[in-house]
Design a protein around this ligand. Structure first.
Ligand code: SF4
Ligand code: FES
Length: 218
């Protein structure tokens, strides 16, 4: 029954998921057949990833603060096998999952400048990394093609340990913010600290937020 899945962020409250798919990742859960579930996004639930009502006591506020975020994409170009390749990176959408670095360290290395060097990869490896980026922070254009996220048709919610929800192909009832943000794959804040709510902006990483922490509503 996942065809009618939908996610609705409640004001100062949880994410309501209609017809949820099974959860995968750090907190797998069989949800197929359930009408709806509420997922924690304040970081304070004692029953993560599900909401236990802790947001009210924690005084969780879900309004984003876009004045504090850098939204412009950064472009990195190079020639790969005779093809002009441009990788676009939107910092505010990056969750710091580092899947790019794990898959192709020669191309994506935060310790180098520039941190993305397309010419060190192959066309296949670059396409593979862009597809694996869960947040939509990365897009690629090969030759004259327009920039793309390399998405699949899977419907999924993956819970990252000490990190966000990675969502694929579920309609989200929210305004999208972030240059090139994708409706087919995006990452939702689970710690309560993002300035780009409901989206993850990597703040959990900077704050060293953990699932077993006392909670981190701002
Ligand atoms: S979200 Fe994408 S760009 Fe950011 S670290 Fe992960 S794979 Fe790399
Ligand atoms: S889970 Fe990444 S900013 Fe909250």
């Amino acid at each position: 029954m996942t065809h009618s899945s939908k996610i609705t962020p409640m004001n100062n409250g949880p994410l309501i998921v209609d017809s949820p798919p099974n959860l995968s990742g750090a907190a797998p859960a069989e949800l197929d057949g359930k009408e709806k579930v509420a997922l924690c996004r304040c970081g304070a639930s004692a029953n993560k990833p599900f909401c236990d009502g802790a947001h009210a006591k924690a005084g969780f506020e879900s309004a984003p603060d876009h004045s504090k975020i850098r939204n412009a994409p950064l472009d990195y170009s190079g020639e790969v096998s005779g093809v002009a390749v441009t990788i676009s990176y939107t910092p505010v959408l990056c969750t710091h999952a580092a899947r790019c670095q794990a898959k192709a360290a020669a191309v994506f290395d935060p310790k180098k400048r520039p941190w993305i060097q397309p010419e060190n990869g192959t066309l296949e490896s670059i396409a593979d990394v862009i597809a694996a980026c869960p947040s939509g922070a990365l897009r690629v254009s090969f030759g004259e093609q327009t920039a793309q996220h390399m998405t699949t048709g899977d419907i999924a919610i993956e819970v990252e340990k000490n990190g966000p929800y990675h969502v694929s192909n579920i309609p989200l009832d929210a305004e999208f913010n972030g240059a090139g943000a994708s409706r087919a794959k995006y990452s939702l804040c689970r710690c309560g600290l993002s300035k780009n709510k409901p989206f993850c902006d990597g703040s959990h990483y900077d704050a060293k937020w953990t699932d077993d922490g006392a909670g981190a509503a701002d």
